[in-house]
Design a protein around this ligand. Structure first.
Ligand SMILES: *Cc1c(COP(=O)(O)O)cnc(C)c1O
Length: 389
């Protein structure tokens, strides 16, 4: 929630910038821990959602593990001080360089996405005289009921190994002397708000762990991935995701054996709400059918709307006294950026108070998949930041 004091603290800062509310981040991390710790659930933070150094340092300090999808992320996790035994590495296209780096770091597990990848990791581990711990990423064919671009667990998706290939997986594992089978991994998509989806996932995980155990391959790790969604429409009312209900689903529906560890890989739910992109109104254009607010942030700073038609709440925080009173939201504007692309639009027909050049606009819930996707397209300057403790 923005108040006059916070907005005043932005005075004189060059826009656009990502504002991070670190106390909200702390509260969110604590809430997640409070819900996960009693069940002894292991939570890894998915670095791809946000690798801002201050954000990462806090998450590391709270004892979370790291979920990486590139060698660069593994390196960033190591440099940030994440325990190497809490680092997992997924991704459909791990290069030899990346695999070698992760082998050198002795990370907890490779989440392996194809049979060929198993063979390559085995080969590279053999050269180093090491044993690589692997979890098999299985494509469970569970529909995440989310945007098609962030659905990852259907047969037609590129991720993971399909269940019909599992006999070949167990064969390969037996032949690969430098691999250690740790368990199974899933990640079915992102921004999942329907808890039934996670129930369906649990059913699949149970089937799959039985499959391996029936073949004499103990499954020590059940890694169910991430995907818990956040409320983009009510960032103040629902600032912290419902971790209790989320973890309870897994407690209730997974068959967890005494020797098993359950791992999670949360990205969005941990960081989305703690940041807003703050931008300044450059121009207000009144057309015949439309009004445009042109701001100094674009898809180069926040790509989600252009990439997957994502919604971000847009607030004119220079007119706080007006936005608390709905009757003062008088005008509909298309809020657009300066980039030379028609998709560079943050919202159409957005109801705002009368907006003027120089007003500050907050694009809320921008902490996940925001800053990390920024680009220099149009030769834009590097991202700027502001923080509050
Ligand atoms: C992106 C990703 C995550 C995190 O997803 P969220 O929706 O941000 O929680 C977890 N695991 C893997 C393998 C991923 O690729």
């Amino acid at each position: 929630m923005f108040d006059a004091e916070r907005v005043a603290s932005f005075e004189g800062l060059e826009t656009p910038f990502y504002y991070y509310d670190l106390s909200l981040l702390r509260e969110t991390l604590q809430a997640c821990k409070n819900a996960a710790d009693p069940a002894q659930f292991h939570v890894h933070f998915a670095l791809k959602a946000n690798f801002n150094s201050r954000v990462l340092a806090l998450i590391q300090a709270y004892g979370f593990g790291a979920d990486c999808v590139s060698g660069g992320e593994v390196q960033k996790a190591v440099e940030t001080g994440f325990d190497k035994k809490q680092i997992v590495f997924a991704g459909v296209g791990k290069s030899d360089v990346e695999i070698n780096y992760a082998l050198d770091q002795d990370i907890f597990a490779f989440n392996v996405e194809s049979i060929q990848e198993l063979e390559v990791i085995n080969e590279l581990a053999t050269i180093k005289g090491k044993t690589a711990a692997v979890a098999i990423r299985i494509n469970p064919n569970v529909d995440a009921h989310t945007h098609q671009y962030i659905t990852t667990g259907l047969d037609e998706n590129k991720f993971g190994i399909n269940s019909w290939d599992l006999p070949q997986v167990s064969e390969t594992l037996k032949n690969c002397k430098n691999l250690k089978f740790l368990g199974i991994h899933f990640h079915i998509g992102s921004q999942i708000t329907d808890m039934n989806v996670f129930k369906s996932l649990c059913v699949k995980v149970n089937e799959m762990q039985d499959w391996f155990e029936e073949r004499g391959m103990p499954v020590k790790v059940l890694n169910v991935g991430g995907g818990l969604g956040v409320d983009y429409y009510h960032p103040d009312e629902n600032a912290i995701a419902d971790f209790e209900s989320y973890f309870k689903i897994f407690k209730d529906f997974l068959n967890i054996k005494p020797y098993q560890e359950v791992h999670f890989e949360l990205g969005r739910a941990l960081v989305a709400q703690c940041s807003s992109l703050i931008s300044k109104v450059l121009y207000v254009k009144h057309g015949i059918k439309k009004n445009f607010v042109i701001i100094d942030a674009g898809m180069t700073e926040l790509m989600r709307p252009a990439l997957y038609q994502a919604y971000h709440q847009i607030e004119n925080i220079s007119r706080l006294q007006l936005i608390t009173d709905n009757s003062q939201l008088t005008t509909r504007y298309d809020v657009v950026g300066p980039i030379c692309e028609s998709s560079d639009c943050f919202g159409k027909e957005v109801l705002l108070p009368e907006t003027k050049r120089g007003d500050l606009i907050a694009l809320r819930t921008a902490g996940a998949y925001g800053e990390v996707m920024s680009s220099a397209y149009n030769l834009r300057p590097a991202i700027r930041h502001a923080y509050s403790e």
